[in-house]
Design a protein around this ligand. Sequence first.
Ligand code: ADP
Ligand code: MG
Length: 265
Amino acid sequence: MRFGTRDLAVRYAGSGAAALDGVSMEVPDGCLYAVLGPNGSGKSTLLKALLGVVPVQAGHAAVDGRDAREWTRRELARAVGVVPQGEVISFPLTVHELVGMGRYPYLGPLGGESEVDRSAVARALELCDVADLASRDVTTLSGGELQRVRIARALAQEPRALILDEPTTSLDIRHEMAILELLRTSADSGMTVMVVTHGLDMAARFADRMLLLSRGRVAAEGAPEGVLRAEVLEEVYRWPIAVATDPSTGMPRVTPLRSGGERRS
Ligand code: ADP
Ligand code: MG
């Protein structure tokens, strides 16, 4: 699947500045695409515009070349798995039930679960390392556990594309790496993956392309080496930043510097 916008502008009712102001971008089929930028730069709004859930003021947002709002909810729900940011789940479902909700767009009129539904759920639980938690009440999970369960719900859907908003926030090293490797493998097998993250170094290592947003506009777009340049990042994040090549990975490593100079005492 492809995602794309042209001259996209989004302005929320009652707010002064536009959340997105003339954004053009393109995510090709099978691409792992990272969306970066400071708090409030429009990352979540861009994902929502592609899913057709925020009003577009000008320009276009399209999924597979078709305007996001022309897709029916069921069509889009089968095609695109979504892991939203800051979702509160307050009803007492088990992990197994919540992940099973990923199968909702496939259920027949009687709502019965098939063998295909059951094996998709079991596979998603395994992939996200949450099979052990299957009978737990989701309201009792730690932040990182819940995060993995929400990713499992999106995978249970067996979508052709994934859209994830800060999915690795609050994950430990092992689970962050495992999820990023899972996203990479998914993209390698043809899934289109669009992920918002603050992990610039990780994005450099895993993403094919990246988009850096600043106050609703595109500050840079392209391959990681072109986007993660110190002079661009310093201006966007308004903080002194050094970029070096990490000898272990060969990729850019972004280091925010201490404002008064480096010292350890
Ligand atoms: P990011 O995900 O990059 O942190 P967002 O896309 O959530 O940024 O927000 C972009 C801008 O739009 C911010 O200034 C934010 O305050 C504003 N905004 C987001 N959602 C709404 C809303 N529902 N109503 C009004 N303003 C909003
Ligand atoms: Mg956001």
